[in-house]
Design a protein around this ligand. Sequence first.
Ligand SMILES: C[C@](O)(CO)[C@H](O)COP(=O)(O)OP(=O)(O)OC[C@H]1O[C@@H](n2ccc(N)nc2=O)[C@H](O)[C@@H]1O
Ligand SMILES: Nc1ncnc2c1ncn2[C@@H]1O[C@H](COP(=O)(O)OP(=O)(O)OP(=O)(O)O)[C@@H](O)[C@H]1O
Length: 290
Amino acid sequence: MDAHALNAASPPLRLTGCLAPAKLNLFLHVVGRRADGYHLLQTAFRMLDWGDTLDFELRTDGLIRRRTDLDGVPPEQDLVVRAARLLQGVTGCKLGADIAVHKVLPMGGGLGGGSSDAATTLLALNRLWNTKLSRQALQDLGLALGADVPFFIYGRDAFAEGVGEHFQPLQLAPARYVVILPGVHISTVEIFSSKELTRNTDPIKIADFAASSTRNDLQPVACNRYPEVARAIEWLAQFAPARMTGSGACVFAEVASEDEARRIVAECPASWKAWQALSLERHPLYESAT
Ligand SMILES: C[C@](O)(CO)[C@H](O)COP(=O)(O)OP(=O)(O)OC[C@H]1O[C@@H](n2ccc(N)nc2=O)[C@H](O)[C@@H]1O
Ligand SMILES: Nc1ncnc2c1ncn2[C@@H]1O[C@H](COP(=O)(O)OP(=O)(O)OP(=O)(O)O)[C@@H](O)[C@H]1O
């Protein structure tokens, strides 16, 4: 076995049931655009205790194998496989891994599922391979895979700026949410590249976040193109203030109790899907980086 795996600190040979949590964007303002077309954002990221789960098993032959199929995503394009290869590439690690992804989060849901899978992979393999990259180094690596990856590695609620990679910690009270997937999936590129998107919201300060009136600037674009998103927001707003997360399609509302959450989920129209979830204070693999 490779020296990495024989290290006296004895990294484990496998990590199973690793959560790749969902995120919500409590608000999302588009404050500008970079020369390369990427948008400058301000957003509040909240991590949820609900998501995909991944299993990792060490291989000594250096191969990265995806053990589960993902509809429409060939292994070479899977963010999990790409994350593992990236970590191998920058560290020169000769170890490999078998990876199983148990998908729960809808794709194109605005919940960051693919990004979270990639972040969990970077954190888990950093431990399994004993590659010892710092949290910041993993965040920098993750940004090359997707704009939401660094947040999951940061691993706690955050006020984010830039393209979503500069963080300040946010202290938020624990909360329960209902999340609804209207029967559509939305491509992030489609929303960001739309002509009607406003890109000039005035920046706010983190200190003013709680008192500011915020919104999701991507929401009017998504509602216009996908009326089902507007209908879901309107439906959920009967119970509590409702908003879209990320580039959609999911919409969410904070609710006061588990009973209320259950009632809303039970009443959700059959053509949509509904879940409830709690906020999550720390990423379960937070300790895999320093
Ligand atoms: C909408 C958010 O989920 C909010 O958290 C993220 O900004 C999007 O994160 P993501 O899905 O990981 O997105 P990526 O895969 O990095 O980018 C998909 C595409 O969205 C556009 N994009 C993304 C992020 C950003 N700040 N500006 C953009 O213009 C770019 O055209 C990019 O090619
Ligand atoms: N492991 C993966 N899980 C999900 N999607 C993946 C994965 N690997 C690659 N993808 C691709 O990424 C696309 C976006 O999926 P994802 O679940 O991240 O959407 P999303 O929740 O809308 O993301 P975001 O909130 O970051 O905009 C998928 O349509 C798929 O083509």
